[in-house]
Design a protein around this ligand. Structure first.
Ligand code: FES
Length: 104
């Protein structure tokens, strides 16, 4: 377990004791204010869209082309957008701060 800081859609920040070794999406979908993750992590729905705090962006694995293509279609896309189902929550990411993106 490690600290994951999550800003919900109302702008409220929560300290979450999140499970390492799982996708960030798998931690977020357990929360009332988390993500829907409708496709279950198949990189096809984008309902796990989050914004990663800029200081953490370089510490995340690079995007694969399917993630990049799906994000590019979103109206709420930003430079720091990621699909949380494509990101494993490792112990090295303790303290990571993500913001749940608005619904499309
Ligand atoms: S859960 Fe569907 S794209 Fe991430």
């Amino acid at each position: 377990m490690a600290l994951l800081r999550v800003v919900d859609r109302d702008g409220v920040e929560h300290d979450v004791d999140a499970k390492t070794g799982l996708k960030i999406m798998e931690n977020l979908r357990e929360l009332d204010y988390g993500v829907a993750a409708i496709c279950g992590g198949m990189c096809s729905c984008a309902t796990c869209h989050v914004y990663v705090d800029p200081e953490w962006q370089a510490r995340l694995p690079a995007m694969m082309s399917d993630e990049r293509e799906l994000l590019a279609e979103l109206s709420h896309y930003q430079d720091n957008s990621r699909l949380s189902c494509q990101l494993e929550f490792t112990p090295e990411l303790a303290g990571l701060r993500v913001t749940i993106a608005p619904d499309e």
